[in-house]
Design a protein around this ligand. Structure first.
Ligand code: HEM
Length: 119
C-alpha cells in the first residue's frame, strides 16, 4: 500500500518536472506529490507505531541513508513552494534558486524511492 502511494507520488513528481514550463500543471502535480508524501509519513507513523523513533534508534547504514534522504525530500517541499511563489511574484531571482533546489530535490526523492524498496 505504502509502495503504491509512493510510486504514484514519484510519478506526479516526474510529471511535474516534465510540465515545469506550464505553471498551473507543474504546481498541481508537485502539490499532489507533496500531499501524498506527507500523508505517507503520517500513515506510517500511525500504522507502525513510532516509526520515526524506531528509525532513529541505532539504525543500520542503509536505513540511516533512507531516513536522511527522506527527511531532505520532505524539507524541500515547503522550501520549493516558498521559492516558487516568490519567483513568480516579486522576486524573479528566486527562480534560479528554485530550479537548483528542485534538481537537488529530484535526486533525494529518487534516492528515497529506490532505498524504500531495499530496507
Ligand atoms: C510543491 C513543490 C515544488 C516542487 C517539488 C518543484 C520542483 C521543481 C523542479 C524540479 C523544477 C525544474 C528545475 C529544472 O530542472 O530546471 C521546477 C521548476 C519551476 N518551478 Fe517548481 N516546484 C514546486 C513548486 C512550485 C511552485 C509553487 C511554483 C510557482 C508558484 C513553481 C514554479 C516553478 C517555475 C516557474 C519553474 C521553472 C520552469 C521553467 O524552467 O520554465 N514551482 N520546480
Amino acid at each position: 500500500m505504502f509502495h503504491a502511494v509512493t510510486t504514484i507520488a514519484l510519478a506526479c513528481v516526474a510529471l511535474g518536472w516534465l510540465l515545469r514550463h506550464r505553471l498551473g500543471h507543474h504546481v498541481a502535480c508537485m502539490g499532489a506529490a507533496c500531499l501524498m508524501d506527507y500523508g505517507t509519513l503520517i500513515a506510517l507513523e500511525l500504522s507502525r507505531g513510532p516509526a520515526i523513533a524506531k528509525a532513529l534508534s541505532a539504525p543500520p547504514p542503509l536505513l540511516s541513508f533512507h531516513v536522511a534522504v527522506s527527511v531532505a525530500a520532505l524539507l524541500c517541499y515547503p522550501a520549493l513552494i516558498v521559492l516558487g511563489i516568490g519567483s513568480v511574484t516579486k522576486k524573479p531571482h528566486w527562480l534560479s534558486v528554485h530550479r537548483r533546489t528542485g534538481r537537488a530535490f529530484l535526486l533525494v526523492r529518487l534516492a528515497n524511492y529506490v532505498t524504500s524498496w531495499m530496507i
